[in-house]
Design a protein around this ligand. Sequence first.
Ligand SMILES: C[S@@+](CC[C@H](N)C(=O)[O-])C[C@H]1O[C@@H](n2cnc3c(N)ncnc32)[C@H](O)[C@@H]1O
Length: 233
Amino acid sequence: MTVSDTGSEPGSDFLSSTREFYDAIAEDYAAMFAGKHAATPLDRAILAAFAELVGDEGTVADVGCGPGRSTAHLAALGLRAYGLDLSESMLAVARRENPELRFEQGSMLDLGVSDGSLAGIVSWYSTIHTPVDRLPALFAEFHRALAPGGHLLLAFQTGGPHRRHDRPFGHDVSLTFLRRQPDDLAQLLTETGFTLGSRTIREPDEDLGERTPQAYLLARKPVTAARPGGATA
Ligand SMILES: C[S@@+](CC[C@H](N)C(=O)[O-])C[C@H]1O[C@@H](n2cnc3c(N)ncnc32)[C@H](O)[C@@H]1O
């Protein structure tokens, strides 16, 4: 694989290119990250905080669940979690490794659930292929799907620049991994109607092969609807 700093915002075909990339690498990705999910104490603390905030009532969607380790981690924390992903090959791994959990194919831009039906949404390194001009629609979909008082957790690489991954594990695919700034996403979340709970940045863990800082945002859909000007109903 070659990794270069030449990545740019993807085009309108980003869903099909993302699906194609992860379909090609699913088994290698799962093997490479075996035992490395939530491998740092801070990652586990943030996931535990999310679980405590959500509580044991209601359903949590792990969007962009990949091989399902994040879904399994959330379930082990006592949440009623299911996984959703674009890639059928990732889902095949997830179902094989977690036969007791539910995994669905779909896009997080259209969650296919009724308004206000989710207690929580986790996007663990899965917003990183969504172009910047589609992030408002993505966060609006998260807001629509969450119940009033529901919680959102985003994890993503930060720092710059975007990174282009070519021929990962020798497969003939490539994809850009977009690096976002926590303040930019936090502002977008508040513009969408979320209340920000925390923004955390941790330094890269070289033992895990990380090259850049990692960011985590916790946000909540207010219990009462926000009104223009910041007042609540
Ligand atoms: C870097 S992997 C992270 C997987 C998993 N959350 C983990 O931490 O192991 C990104 C995953 O997000 C999925 N993904 C990206 N964009 C998506 C979208 N719009 N809807 C659903 N899944 C998406 C990809 O198919 C891929 O499985």
